[in-house]
Design a protein around this ligand. Structure first.
Ligand code: PLP
Length: 459
């Protein structure tokens, strides 16, 4: 019997969308007009868009078919019950509250359960999670293991929570901690997984200190696949079995279905606690919609339900994780500094190390993102001082890393696209000495990276 090394895309392409080729001089103009912030560029002026893996995936024929089954009834829609049943089958949580995306679930949860001065521990908070905590005048405290803060260090579960630090926090500030969160995979820390063993450790501490434990579950399936392939004793289990165990260790979750829901929009908040669920549903009705649609169309609920079934299929996850690893391997082989090991949804370039002549407060991540766009038409995103450096009191604090994330949309790009990306990154890394930093000319107080206007620094 033949043994195949090549892991192929586990799908055929039924419908295509043309990409637009632009000239370098057009991209220079487009970037300047966008205030040197790639969030402000028109998507059609981007050749390969790696800004995010959120909502950018390709839906399957089965998902498109399911859209036609959408029941658009305001209350008690059939599509809600299908959605609820799939979510409950996977997570086991009693209450399933649909929301239009992940941050809506975060806002509803945090506004319902936090008060000023509270503390929420997490391995690493994502930007919207942090912002939704800080807007309640509470503290978002990152307690990832020390290895998770060193880009070049290889560790199989770099997203793990530092259990000793969590215990210290629970001991010192327990009365101010209404819940503990863990993000799987840990997006801000490089798309790195959290082991089942670590989740069990968090569960134990939460039991000891009587705290609810919530997962930020956006990429639960990628995390489950890493557990299967990296954690001792897990190889023979299916990703779905592992995912179910992950959820069974928690009391609830926030979820953006734009990632591992394989949908273009959608999310949910799920939990076991009746009183919290009632508070959250009341707020949902005020701002999102009736609890059986939560800001989504019936057809969105159908697409998410089907997506949650497809995402735990092993051939899909094998291809998904391998295609990111492939890009990572090519960059490592060429000596480009990257966060190691490869993440589940993205490759993270270490801009601070590559552009060591650009100080963090001159935003090396922005310099690298902008060079990738100008030289190759590729759009990535800075995850560093611009995204996380701005403090609630208006000062700037340099975070542990200045990364550039190249997030790979699900089921969208083929291997030749990824080969082009590798060639482009290696080429731009070769030009590093000519890249200059930026200053911020204008920025809002919250989530500044989305809309800030930059100016290139001279010399
Ligand atoms: C870990 C994590 N949490 C929360 C969110 C927010 O989800 P959404 O963009 O659907 O609001 C994201 C989005 O990228 C994320 O990566």
């Amino acid at each position: 019997m033949l043994h195949f090394e090549t892991i192929i895309e586990p799908f055929r392409i039924k419908s295509v969308e043309a990409v637009k080729f632009t000239r370098r001089e057009d991209r220079v103009t487009a970037l300047a007009e966008a205030g040197y912030n790639v969030f402000r560029i028109r998507a059609e002026d981007v050749l390969i868009d790696l800004l995010t893996d959120s909502g950018t995936g390709a839906m399957s024929a089965a998902q498109w078919g399911a859209l036609l089954q959408g029941d658009e009834s305001y209350a008690g829609s059939r599509s809600f019950f299908r959605f609820r049943d799939v979510v409950q089958d996977l997570t086991g949580f009693r209450h399933v509250i649909p929301t239009h995306q992940g941050r809506a679930a975060e806002r509803i949860l945090f506004h319902s359960v936090l008060k000023a001065g509270d503390v929420v521990p997490n391995n690493n908070h994502f930007d919207t999670t942090r912002a939704n905590i800080e807007v309640e005048e509470a503290e978002a405290r990152d307690l990832v293991i020390p290895e998770g803060r060193v880009p070049a260090l290889v560790h199989p579960f770099k997203g793990n929570m530092d259990l000793a630090a969590l215990e210290r926090a629970l001991e010192a500030d327990g009365d101010r901690i209404p819940l503990v969160m863990v993000t799987v995979t840990n997006n801000t820390g490089g798309g790195q997984p959290v082991s089942l063993e670590n989740l069990k450790g968090v569960r134990m501490l939460c039991d000891r200190y009587h705290k609810p434990f919530f997962l930020d579950a956006c990429r639960f399936a990628e995390n489950a696949y890493f557990v299967k392939t990296r954690e001792q004793g897990q190889a023979s289990r299916t990703p779905k079995q592992i995912a179910r165990e992950m959820f069974s260790l928690a009391d609830g979750c926030t979820m953006s279905a734009k990632k591992d829901g394989l949908a273009n929009i959608g999310g949910f908040l799920a939990m076991n606690d009746d009183a919290w669920a009632e508070r959250c549903r009341n707020l949902l009705i005020l701002t999102e919609g009736f609890p059986t649609y939560g800001g989504l169309a019936g057809y969105d609920l159908e697409a998410v339900a089907r997506g949650l079934e497809e995402v735990v299929e092993e051939p899909y996850l094998r291809y998904r994780i391998r295609s990111i690893e492939y890009l990572h391997e090519r960059l490592v082989a060429a000596g480009v500094p990257v966060l190691r090991p490869a993440g589940g949804h993205a490759v993270y370039l270490d801009a601070r190390t590559l552009l060591s002549h650009v100080p963090p407060l001159a935003y090396p991540g922005i310099a690298l993102v902008n060079a990738l766009y100008v030289e190759a038409g590729i759009r990535g995103v800075e995850i560093g001082t611009v995204m996380f450096g701005h403090q609630p009191d208006g000062t700037e604090k340099v975070p542990a890393m200045d990364l550039v994330r190249l997030a790979i949309p699900r089921r969208v790009y083929t291997q030749s696209h990824i080969d082009y990306v590798a060639e482009a990154v290696i080429g731009v890394a070769g030009m590093k000495d000519s890249l200059r930093g930026y200053r911020i000319a204008k920025a809002p107080a919250v989530l500044r990276h989305f809309t800030a206007v930059f100016e290139p620094l001279e010399g």
